[in-house]
Design a protein around this ligand. Structure first.
Ligand code: PLP
Length: 407
């Protein structure tokens, strides 16, 4: 132990006192537990229950069908997309909310291959899709099916291997911005530039970065992106995902799921499909209004909050957690899989240890909520909107005590 409990408790108190975001915790429904699982399911924002009750009782119960217009149901996917846009560095009009991340991965990958195909000369030779070999599994499964359907070969490579794997054969590359297991942050600007250099299209999955760190979609020229809203965006269980299509690509975005919601005249009921312009082109069918409007209310917690300040606190939290773990946990008991450099770190810390499943069960009974990822990883997510430095110190202490008691 390099620092004593009292020294780190004191330090946590000082960090909390100086934290300009600490008051945001009041915007959430939380208890005494240390909630470090916001990278799996974000906590409930306090204004959401009332907002959902209004949607159910007044909008649905009283206005009924009129709500499609009068309560703004019909335009919710684009409106809420524009609310997410500043958090991921996108100008308005490029994000649409709806469907799951898995479904949006499918739309984005197939659309990217179709863009490459349409690029003409050389396009036909683009017979490969590269996919992040370390991806959250659903992206890999969907990419495999997309490759089969579009007659391409899927090549799994690690993000570090992408620059060397790119060639005139590459049509599209699907990457995770932050690795869900280790918390490693990948070089979105550099990899996107390399993909473009090769004449291919970049599809980024932002599930573990949106709401935790600046993404800069427009600034870095990302082609297509997807992400979920129930992790750092606190939209609630199964809240709808989103799809970003860069503005200049929208006229050429050819959705593999051209439902009636993306028709230029959805109520024209025409047998022939004609896509609408803009972000709405990413829509498929009737939006899931209850979940979507819960998400819209949840996004209000971001009012007046900059993603840069959230990032600064996130790095301070993960630094402090690693410092506390080093001090409290006997050497050799855990090994951090999360990169030390800030430029390579998301908003979580992943620790490998023996018996990780049992350890996490014990931590949860002691009020420290993280999660276990097969086969030996303890995962702790740090949501700067509601996690404080005192929470971090307590989590490390309980981890040390747990490891000792199970030893
Ligand atoms: C959480 C997560 C998903 C989840 O996909 P769903 O369709 O919402 O189940 C997909 N990809 C990544 C990288 C994730 O972290």
């Amino acid at each position: 132990m390099s620092e004593s409990t009292s020294e780190l408790t004191l330090q946590a108190g000082e960090l909390d006192a100086a934290d300009e975001l600490s008051k945001l915790r009041e915007r959430f429904v939380l208890d005494d537990a240390v909630y470090l699982d916001g990278n799996s399911l974000g906590a409930l924002p306090a204004n959401v229950p009332g907002a959902v009750a209004d949607v159910v009782h007044r909008q649905w119960g009283e206005l009924r069908i009129r709500s499609w217009d009068e309560s703004g149901w019909w335009t919710a996917p684009e409106r809420i997309g524009d609310r997410i846009a500043p958090l991921v560095g996108a100008a308005p009009g490029q994000i649409v909310v709806g469907d799951s991340t898995s479904v949006n991965v499918f739309k984005a990958v197939v659309a990217a291959v179709r863009l490459a195909e349409e690029d003409g000369e050389g396009g036909e030779g683009r017979d490969e899709i590269l996919v992040d070999a370390t991806t959250f599994p659903t992206d890999g499964y969907i990419a495999e099916s997309a490759a089969r359907m579009t007659g391409r070969t899927l090549r799994p490579v690690t993000p570090a291997e992408v620059p060397d794997a790119l060639s005139s054969r590459t049509a599209a590359v699907l990457l995770n911005h932050v690795d869900y297991r280790t918390g490693r942050l990948h070089d979105l600007p550099g990899l996107t530039a390399a993909i473009h250099e090769a004449g291919a299209y970049a599809v980024w999955d932002l599930c573990h970065s949106a709401g935790a760190l600046p993404v800069g979609l427009d600034a870095h020229g990302v082609d297509l992106a997807v992400g979920c809203t129930y992790k750092y965006l606190n939209g609630g269980p199964g809240s709808p995902a989103y799809l970003y299509v860069r503005r200049d690509l929208q006229p050429r975005f050819d959705s593999p799921l051209p439902g009636w919601n993306s028709h230029v005249e959805p109520f024209g009921m025409s047998p022939a499909y004609e896509p609408v312009a803009g972000a709405r082109r990413g829509r498929v069918g009737t939006p899931d209004i209850l979940s979507m409007l819960a998400l819209e209310a949840a996004l209000e917690v971001w009012d007046g909050v900059s993603i840069e300040s959230v990032r600064a606190k996130s790095l301070a939290l993960t630094d402090f957690f690693l410092q506390c773990v080093t001090s409290y946990v006997p050497e050799g008991c855990v090994e951090s899989l999360t990169p030390t450099p800030h430029t390579e770190r998301g908003s979580q810390v992943a620790l490998r240890c023996d018996n990780a499943g049992e350890v996490m069960k014990h931590l949860i009974t002691e009020g420290v909520i993280g999660d276990f990822r097969h086969p030996d990883v303890l995962r702790f997510g740090f949501t700067p909107l509601y996690v404080g430095f005192g929470d971090v110190e307590r989590a490390a202490l309980v981890l040390a005590q747990t490891l000792e008691s199970l030893d």
